[in-house]
Ligand binder design. Structure first.
Ligand SMILES: Cc1cc2nc3c(=O)[nH]c(=O)nc-3n(C[C@H](O)[C@H](O)[C@H](O)COP(=O)(O)O)c2cc1C
Length: 304
């Protein structure tokens, strides 16, 4: 049976042009589904795959002679990208400089972002890995400072509606969800919602900081909850390389996840998305002259 996602319930179909095949077997080696097996020095479509071809496209991408194509599950042979002109890869040093020099940007110049840059960000973000192909990530792109502000105030108005859930009489109930989440609600969510309500009344936008662009990445009930965060991170790095600043905004999705039907309909957001993250983009108003050394909670090396 094919692996079901919100986009497909079929298997991929692998075609092999034997007049081009050089029998190297790379397609069989990279396929971890056993959709392809070697038979008498030639790759053939196997009859006992693990799940059935999920159209990851690896066989098509690794084949040095272009003998393999995959169709179905939203993939077509046209999805193969020629890498001939894409040999220039950033060095580790270049990539690290980009990453270490990146800061979360919350102050933007009053300047809109060209369509061309938006397309480039999406083109990079969509190349991110996903739990199961085809990606179940749903992306809403909110263009222009005016629209981002409208979305922000719609969300802030919704926050106001549900603020009673974080009020003193209700707050005790959050203990039932665990000590840690109770402490977080009390120390973070409760004061944040109060601040949002007060700043909203002054027409201030501390939610999306009046950025000229916002992208809302969400998962589907079928996908890995981690899926939206990965293209969101790619998008941030792409933006950085294009001279834009960005900031992830995680405070929206957990608050609207179970409700906000009208808001979701208005902004084309999926009604059921277990996880989601917003990224805002814009031209940074201020220049940061230093990076910041960061640490993980722990790095535990297990000796070999
Ligand atoms: C998952 C996630 C959610 C975040 N949510 C918010 C947010 O709601 N509002 C905000 O201003 N920044 C948010 N941030 C940005 C962090 O606050 C920021 O990454 C952190 O302060 C470190 O700063 P730096 O990115 O400049 O290193 C978020 C970052 C991540 C990774």
């Amino acid at each position: 049976m094919a692996i079901i996602t919100s986009r497909t319930d079929e298997n991929g179909r692998i075609s092999i042009a034997y007049d081009r095949c050089n029998s190297c077997g790379l397609c069989v080696k990279v396929c971890k589904d056993f959709s392809l097996i070697m038979d008498d020095h030639l790759p053939v479509v196997g009859t006992q795959p693990l799940f059935g071809c999920m159209a990851c496209g690896q066989c098509m991408a690794v084949c040095p002679t272009g003998a393999i194509t995959v169709s179905g599950r939203e993939m077509s042979p046209a999805d193969k990208i020629d890498l001939t002109d894409m040999k220039d890869k950033p060095s580790y040093g270049q990539l690290k400089n980009l990453m270490v020099g990146r800061r979360s940007i919350r102050d933007f110049k009053d300047k809109e972002i060209d369509e061309e840059l938006i397309d480039k960000i999406i083109e990079a973000a969509v190349s991110a890995p996903m739990g199961l192909p085809p990606s179940d990530v749903h992306l809403v792109v909110i263009k222009g400072k005016g629209k981002v502000r409208e979305f922000s105030f719609d969300v802030l108005n919704y926050f106001d509606k549900i603020r009673y859930l974080f009020s003193p009489p209700m707050i005790g109930l959050w203990r039932l969800t665990g000590k840690e989440s109770y402490k977080l609600i009390k120390s973070f969510a409760q004061p944040l919602l109060k601040f949002f309500a007060e700043s909203k009344n002054k027409q201030e936008n501390y939610l999306l900081y009046d950025a000229p662009l916002a992208m809302y990445f969400t998962s589907s009930p079928y996908s890995d909850p981690a899926d939206p965060y990965i293209p969101a991170t790619y998008a941030m790095l792409a933006a950085e390389s294009l001279g834009l600043g960005s900031c992830m905004i995680g405070s929206i999705h957990p608050m609207i996840r179970y409700g906000a039907k009208d808001l979701k309909k208005k902004w084309n957001l999926p009604l059921k998305a277990p996880s989601g993250i917003v990224v805002i983009f814009g031209f940074p108003k201020y220049k940061y002259t230093s990076g910041i050394r960061r640490t993980f909670a722990e790095v535990a090396f297990i000796p070999n």
